[in-house]
Design a protein around this ligand. Structure first.
Ligand code: ASP
Length: 589
């Protein structure tokens, strides 16, 4: 016996007259006083099974006992439906299986929710993930993911990249998050860290002569969960020896295009746009700007240097957004509230009404020349940010994003890929009182900036780049440091003493002393990419068994406590530290 001759979504008119077996889940069942109709379903679709008590009394008896989501196997002849029963909305709508036998293979309790019900709470969907995955949305998303990953593999291998597996149990690799750690029974008191990425291994592989490495790598980071963040995510992780940045970009762009093609979509044109970080911050207030709408930020620092409006005159930087709408008092209040959330002290504005008359509490302080620069079309609004450049960019960037959405400026049909380049190497952490890496500490330095490392760390430009799609950061990469002395200098700027560097990264420094070729690569966030491809707002929707927002996995109930014996064996005693929240960036501790 074979369980099934065709999948449920496959029978067609051409199969009429064949004897067939089908197996799947029971969907809708209709009892027509005698005849019973059952929709038999699997991931390929639905086929109607008809059970006629006169034709097969046993099958009819079984059919009466069938409930939603029972697993059934039906055998019989595929017949044409009566003309008035044809369902043009269903690929199998012209045929039905006339069952001679109907076997209940497996029963189902009453379900906590109906398959494909769109209103189910997420916690419930995750608790019963197998029922959720049985539905169309998750089936589509997981299969889309598989298609993309297989396209990635084919593409990378066609370019000579070699898939090398790297360890899960390893030493901390700083990527800006906390580590998940694993106690080691054979060495009590010692811990492995789960990899935040295979960063150091892939660099070592370049020194080891692998030349072109890739892996669909699981990266594990202890940080707060968000729409685009899970404890675990997958990266198309790439490293190349002797690359220029452009070489890396070309490879990644090809992977993106290959994924689009594998899904039968028009791929984005190559090369993708490129924009230095400075420019992205100044024009869009973001290092991952959504370029599907314009609404650019303009600079007014020079214009307002002599302003009578003290706040402008005293600010390091004054910038503005020109909004193509006459915003109301209430809208301005709401935007001001938003600006405050992002650290702004208030929101200065100029509203130009239909007649072009200006309405603003600050207008009286501005000169004719200033007003002439800011004057926009009638029925428009100018919003200002004044202060330190970083703050101004943050506030205006957030307002830009919000207004883009609210005013319907985003062209949803457009796909805007962008390389953001030339990030600073370091950023100052107020919290830690020291320089921290903008990316990770292995990021290369722009050659002409090497001499600034000690004297002006904030001015050093790195050789890193991010890929952004419609305002989502898809991943980061860089040309790396491959010289030991340079790596040591960077560690020192980060406040890592030579002894600490030796203890933590001694192996890397050693590797760099043994013939390290220049190398660089990229970590491409697969789950974010898939979520965008699937049109999903959250990466949980493309992951089979994600963590809920709380950080737990509702189906298995992980994480759990451990029995005392197991803790003792590991040499661990649990102390009560209360509930924890939040994360800080990577620290040297
Ligand atoms: N390991 C980096 C990350 O996960 C990517 C890279 O630099 O290749 O962000």
């Amino acid at each position: 016996m074979s369980w099934r001759g065709l999948m449920c979504g496959e029978p067609r008119s051409a199969d009429i007259g064949k004897r067939l077996s089908l197996a799947g889940w029971a969907g809708r069942r209709r009892d027509h006083g005698g005849l019973v109709f059952i929709d038999l379903r699997d991931h390929t679709g639905i086929c109607q099974v008809v059970v006629n008590p006169e034709h097969s009394p046993e099958a009819a008896e079984a059919a009466h006992a069938v409930r939603a989501e029972f697993v059934l196997r039906a055998e019989g002849e595929l017949v044409a439906r009566a003309p008035d029963a044809v369902n043009p909305g269903l690929p199998t709508g012209e045929v039905e299986l006339q069952a001679d036998s109907l076997e209940i293979v497996s029963r189902s309790e009453a379900l906590p929710f109906q398959i494909d019900d769109e209103g189910v709470e997420e916690e419930t969907r995750l608790r019963y993930r197998y029922l959720d995955i049985r539905g169309e949305r998750m089936q589509r998303n997981l299969r889309l993911g598989a298609t993309v990953i297989s396209a990635f593999r084919r593409y990378m291998e066609s370019l000579g990249f070699v898939d090398v597996w790297t360890p899960m149990l390893t030493k901390a690799t700083p990527e800006g998050a906390r580590d998940f750690v694993v106690p080691v029974r054979l060495q009590p008191g010692k811990f492995f860290a789960l990899p935040q990425s295979p960063q150091l291994f892939k660099q070592v592989l370049m020194v080891a002569g692998m030349d072109r490495y890739y892996q669909i790598a699981t990266c594990i980071r202890d940080e707060d969960l968000r729409a685009d963040r899970q404890f675990e995510h997958r990266q198309l992780d790439v490293e190349m020896a002797f690359p220029t940045r452009e070489d890396v970009w070309e490879v990644i762009e090809g992977a993106v295009r290959g994924a689009f093609e594998a899904l039968g979509r028009e791929p984005p044109a190559q090369p993708f746009r490129r924009m230095p970080w400075q420019e992205a911050k100044a024009r869009y207030g973001s290092d991952k700007p959504d370029l599907r709408f314009d609404l650019e930020i303009s600079d007014a620092t020079e214009t307002t240097r002599e302003s009578e409006f003290k706040i402008f005159a005293d600010a390091t930087c004054v910038r503005f957004l020109r909004v193509p709408q006459e915003l109301s008092r209430a809208e301005l209040d709401r935007l001001e509230e938003r600006a405050r959330q992002w650290g702004g002290k208030g929101l200065a504005y100029l509203v130009f009404d239909e007649e072009g008359e200006v309405r603003s509490p600050i207008a009286k302080f501005l000169s004719e020349e200033e007003l002439a620069v800011f004057r926009g079309e009638p029925a428009s609004t100018v919003l200002f940010g004044a202060g330190e450049p970083e703050l101004v960019a943050r506030v205006l960037g957030a307002l830009r994003q919000q207004l883009g959405r609210e005013l319907g400026l985003i062209d949803e049909e457009r796909d805007e890929f962008l390389w953001v380049t030339d990030f600073p190497l370091f950023e100052w952490s107020e919290e830690e009182g020291r320089w921290v890496s903008e990316h990770h500490p292995f990021t290369g330095v722009r050659p002409e900036d090497e001499e600034l490392l000690e004297s002006d760390p904030g001015a050093v430009v790195s050789q890193s780049y991010d890929l952004v799609w419609n305002g989502w950061e898809l991943g980061s990469g860089s040309i790396r440091i491959h010289r030991q002395e340079l790596q040591e200098r960077v560690f020192r700027v980060l406040g890592i003493s030579d002894e600490q560097a030796q203890a933590r990264f001694g192996f890397l420094l050693e590797v760099m002393r043994m013939g390290a070729p220049p190398h660089g690569g990229f970590g491409f966030g697969v789950d974010r990419f898939l979520a965008l491809l699937a049109g999903e707002p959250n990466i949980r929707e493309v992951i089979a068994f994600p963590k809920a927002a709380s950080g737990s996995e509702p189906m298995t109930g992980a994480p759990t406590t451990l029995p005392d014996e197991q803790l003792t064996e590991l040499g661990i005693r649990v102390v009560d530290v209360g509930q924890r929240k939040g994360h800080t960036s990577w620290s040297t501790q």
